[in-house]
Design a binder for this molecule. Structure first.
Ligand code: EPZ
Length: 439
């Protein structure tokens, strides 16, 4: 397995002393993958917009930098973000910002809708696959936009977008979100067929409705948008909790056999995970805004297949694979969304996991897995989360390099883990682990 591109230049690493069950309560923050599209959608408004429950994450600050570069104002007051889009004076997103984060491409839809033009560099691939935007561009053209490519930049033009029937060839979260924002101000009615229906897409629909756009879900994966100009917010909008952060802590509890209460989450957004955990023999209790994981002596092996929502989320695949190393017997995890989302597998093997990867699936042999602490490296956000869970499960000390990935998507990660009794601290990747014969 070759190391993906973008090996870490950042020297920060997480030191973990494992082998203890997590216990206690953890409070979930606002959803990263909801905050990013909603911040972009704020550009459609003709007056300032307030978002609450905004997670303070590197990716959130990055998208605010993109909007600021376009002329908007973004002001944080703790977890409340005020965006004033009325001073936007440019529609060309800066390359050096867009290349850092694929989600920056979500500025294209609102810029095109509001100003009739958008110049946005193509987002680079990242460590989980090439991740094209062909579905976004094809659908913009259906609304009448002229799309051109020059030197890696997408030039989209369209003075008045016209409502149309758009059919997505694949269920794409980003393409659905970009087209919701583009059609929100198009003339007439747009039908989006075969949409993604992740909770974060639903949050964007609710936000656009709160700005005055007439949008309705009409049957499975079908959204009808009646475009409207002069959009304004009537009251602050509260972002939904992060179901992937919640699932990560729930899986950390199961991995270490501990009992943990996950507060301020939406269990109804986490059905696939909850059902899978119950299948593994884990007792999961759910309330309106919380879920409780009971302590476990052991868990059963199972099979997991990532799917678009409401299927098992790809963003929890690395964390689930890690937890299955403690299950008695053989498990299989199949990744159907991204081509390369197994960069953490060789690192887990170094820690003593019994894994065998074959194309887009990995077989987990729980009986051959005995996790012990080791120096490891993460290459993407959820891979870092998975290696942290492994380190919490393992006997001894682990050092996880690549902390720059983690800060993109987990607010107060060290504080929240410490609150659950974990022994974790930030250090440098040059730290030498105690009694460790790993070279
Ligand atoms: C969103 O990415 C999330 N990011 C990802 O979370 C998440 O893994 C993904 O959806 C799937 O749920 C944000 O919301 C910011 P897609 P996105 O378009 O929109 C292919 C995390 O860890 N595709 O649904 O980029 C694509 O290559 C991140 O928080 C095309 O082929 O995902 C991929 O294989 C990682 N053409 C699949 O579809 C297109 O035009 C799903 O991509 C668009 C996508």
């Amino acid at each position: 397995m070759n190391k993906p591109n973008g090996a870490n230049s950042d020297s920060r690493a997480l030191l973990v002393v494992g082998g203890k069950p997590l216990t206690g309560e953890v409070r979930i923050s606002g959803a990263k993958n909801s905050a990013l599209p909603l911040i972009c959608a704020s550009m459609l408004a003709d007056s300032p917009v307030i978002l609450t429950n905004v997670p303070l994450l590197q990716d959130v600050h990055l998208i605010c930098e993109v909007l600021t570069a376009l002329g908007a104002r973004c002001d944080f007051n703790n977890h409340e973000l005020t965006i004033d889009p009325t001073s936007i004076s440019r529609q060309d997103a800066p390359y050096e910002l867009v290349r850092k984060m694929r989600a920056s491409f979500l500025v294209t839809g609102p810029l095109l809708a509001k100003f009739g033009r958008a110049e946005v560099p193509l987002p680079g691939g990242c460590n989980i696959g090439p991740r094209p935007v062909d579905e976004h561009l094809r659908a913009f053209a259906e609304l009448g936009a002229e799309i051109e490519f020059k030197k890696g930049v997408v030039y989209a033009r369209g003075d008045t977008l016209k409502g149309a029937e758009v059919y997505f060839n694949i269920s794409s979260v980003g393409a659905t979100e970009n087209l919701l924002m583009a059609s929100a101000m198009a003339e007439g009615v747009t039908t989006l067929e075969h949409c993604a229906e992740e909770p974060e897409v639903a949050d964007l629909v609710d936000f656009l409705v709160s700005l005055g756009v007439d949008i309705r879900w009409e049957g499975p994966r079908r959204i009808v948008v009646h475009g409207k100009r002069d959009l304004r917010q009537s009251e602050p909008y509260n972002i939904i909790p992060d179901r992937i952060e919640a699932g990560t802590y729930a899986l950390a509890a199961v991995g270490t056999g501990g009992g943990v209460q996950v507060k301020n989450c939406r269990p109804q957004h986490m059905t696939a995970l909850i059902e899978k955990l119950r299948e593994m023999g884990v007792e999961v209790e759910t309330g309106d805004d919380r879920l409780t994981i009971a302590p476990t002596e052991k868990v059963e092996a199972t099979k997991v297949r990532t799917q678009p929502y409401p299927g098992f989320p790809t963003d929890l695949q690395p964390q689930m694979t890690t937890v299955l190393t403690r299950a008695g017997g053989l498990s299989v995890v199949t990744e159907t969304i991204f081509e390369q989302r197994f960069s953490y597998v060789p690192e887990l093997v170094r820690m003593g996991a019994g894994l065998l990867q074959q194309e887009n699936a990995v077989v987990v042999d729980g009986n051959k897995s005995r996790l012990t602490g080791a120096p490891v490296e993460a290459y993407d956000l959820r891979g870092f989360a998975a290696l942290t869970i492994a380190a919490l499960m393992a006997q001894g000390e682990s050092l996880i390099a690549g902390y720059n990935h983690l800060v993109r998507g987990y607010e107060d990660f060290i504080e929240k883990l410490t609150g659950l009794g974990a022994e974790v601290k930030l250090t440098d990747r040059s730290y030498k682990l105690k009694n460790n014969n790993h070279k």
